[in-house]
Design a protein around this ligand. Sequence first.
Ligand SMILES: Nc1ncnc2c1ncn2[C@@H]1O[C@H](COP(=O)(O)OP(=O)(O)O)[C@@H](O)[C@H]1O
Ligand SMILES: [Mg+2]
Length: 256
Amino acid sequence: MSTETENQGADDVIIRFEDVHKSFGSHRILNGLSFDVRRGGVLGIMGGSGTGKSVTLRHVIGLLTQDSGRVEVEGRNVADLSPGELQALRKRMGFVFQEGALINWLTVAENLALPLAENTSLSASEIEDRVAEKLAQVHIPDAGGKLPSEISGGMKKRVGLARALITDPDIILYDEPNAGLDPEISRSINELMREIADTHDATALVVEHRIGCIETVCDEVVFLHGGKALVHQPTDEFLRPTHPRLVEFLGPEARS
Ligand SMILES: Nc1ncnc2c1ncn2[C@@H]1O[C@H](COP(=O)(O)OP(=O)(O)O)[C@@H](O)[C@H]1O
Ligand SMILES: [Mg+2]
């Protein structure tokens, strides 16, 4: 494949939200949300607290189903997939959620091996190699023998990233990956996420309310407001806002 074809991508949409509506009771969260994500791209989803960022992400995995509109992954409405198809789709996705959700009584290496043992036919030695490879990628090559309780919050986050990458997913979903980390460690995690974006072919969706992460990691940004995409722009444009809501949002607070 030529570089030109690889970089073209404009029509190569992997995730598409089309006029998506979602309410909980009388509480309308998504109200005509539309955007798409190009294969290999890193899209940030920003917005104030409670605007529906996590809800949006949960539609991509089929944990929530829209009231109307379409949420497509590779052209297929996730809500229309059979349980088997949904399971197959989820196996191609990696998730990084706020809480690392590591199993406390398993070592780091055992935590990483688990999805491989459950979802692949790799042999024990292949699994061992893969675990070592991913630990090296997140720059904690010696952490495999430790228990989650023996490592710092920043290291746990790195293990969480390694676990999301362990099956070489096509799509990585991050929900506030920096929550609870101090600014210095957040920065190093942001840099690691960017490194992952540069070294893997995966497409990524990054839900974040802090601009530092978006600035470092994302190619483009969707800003949720009133249940819709207020803007969908390349990150550098997004960082020079003209819309009053964005000027306000991107004030000094967003940098904290
Ligand atoms: N399963 C659910 N049932 C009822 N309300 C929900 C559910 N999930 C989210 N909500 C509500 O939807 C709104 C948006 O939630 P969320 O997407 O988590 O916000 P955020 O943008 O901070 O991630 C919140 O008011 C939340 O309470
Ligand atoms: Mg959230």
